[in-house]
Design a protein around this ligand. Sequence first.
Ligand SMILES: NC(=O)c1ccc[n+]([C@@H]2O[C@H](COP(=O)([O-])OP(=O)(O)OC[C@H]3O[C@@H](n4cnc5c(N)ncnc54)[C@H](O)[C@@H]3O)[C@@H](O)[C@H]2O)c1
Length: 358
Amino acid sequence: MKQFLLRDTLIYLDDNSFNSINKWMSLNHFDNKFIIADENTSIHCLPVLLKHVPLLKDSFIIKMSSGESAKSIAQVEAICSCLINKNIDRQSLIVNLGGGVVCDLGGFVASIIKRGVKFINIPTTLMSQIDAAIGGKVAVNFQDYKNQIGLFVDPQIVFVYTPFLLSLSHDDLLSAQAEIFKYGLIYDRLLWEQCRLESSNKIMNFKNMISDCIKIKIKIVESDYYDYQGRRMLNFGHSICHAIESVFLSTKKQPVSHGFALSVGLICETYISYKKFKFSSKKLSIIVNTILSVFPKINLVKALDNLVLKYLKSDKKNKNRLYNFTLIKDIGVAVVNCSVSDIHIINSLDYYRKKCQT
Ligand SMILES: NC(=O)c1ccc[n+]([C@@H]2O[C@H](COP(=O)([O-])OP(=O)(O)OC[C@H]3O[C@@H](n4cnc5c(N)ncnc54)[C@H](O)[C@@H]3O)[C@@H](O)[C@H]2O)c1
């Protein structure tokens, strides 16, 4: 069992037992307990959790639909009305059992209902175990714009149990690898090299990397919890990623997963970095070819470029009408608060399309 601390939140990484969560539950009393699970985690993870954590057996289960479109104000309303009907009070506990969608949405609900009740995150996807469940950002999407309504609020504990990943689909495992690539590119050259070596395996041996990723996330978040400077490193690849997710949400095309959209964001923003910081074209090719060797190509039609720009314009970090991006000046070295223009973005999308044809 490994244990980490981020501000007041204890993060347990335990592949073998639920002892830490049992101990924490026995030290705390709650009037009511609610578990939020989605249609998949209620099948694959909830029975395991209830079997191993007896003090959660009397919880009321709230089952929500799965996927990005569930991260909505309508879903917040539905869950709040259920909690109120079941007499939630400020001495209650909410347990978020799921991936990034459940953790983001459940954390948001917990922080507003009755002006805030305690919550814990039990992340069940690789994406949420290495990233979304940790760091105190909770949010929902609004009018197809990603994460527009949200706040910073810490869970009581985060309990990471990697056997939950066994039931995850190939695409959901793959999706999280984009975040692992990102950690390497912004912060840890050795991690990047490890990803590169393993990229030929399609699904990497990520188990050894979970703890490294958690440690990187903690270090970065601790340096700048409210996201004005250093934490913005984590945004590398995400400006274009979020705009592409919004395009897919709004055009009601087949939804694109966060990780697949991030693979495009990483390529485009590496290209912009290359143009701005003039590192070698060999380095650009290594990064881009590694990412493309793992991720499927996303069909981004040129006619939707203006819609990408429209969504980018609402990015919370923009300043003086210029886009505020995080870029890299080398592998493992991020630069925050870089000004980027429309033309940089269009060129990077053209570059992505061209690379996909080769
Ligand atoms: N708050 C943050 O700091 C932060 C960071 C990164 C990503 N995010 C957010 O996280 C979300 C993406 O998270 P995600 O990739 O976990 O997606 P997700 O929560 O949609 O989960 C992906 C799919 O896996 C299913 N699933 C979950 N656990 C399972 C299991 N153990 N077995 C079988 N199926 C399972 C889900 O039902 C869903 O269908 C995005 O909304 C993104 O914006 C937030």
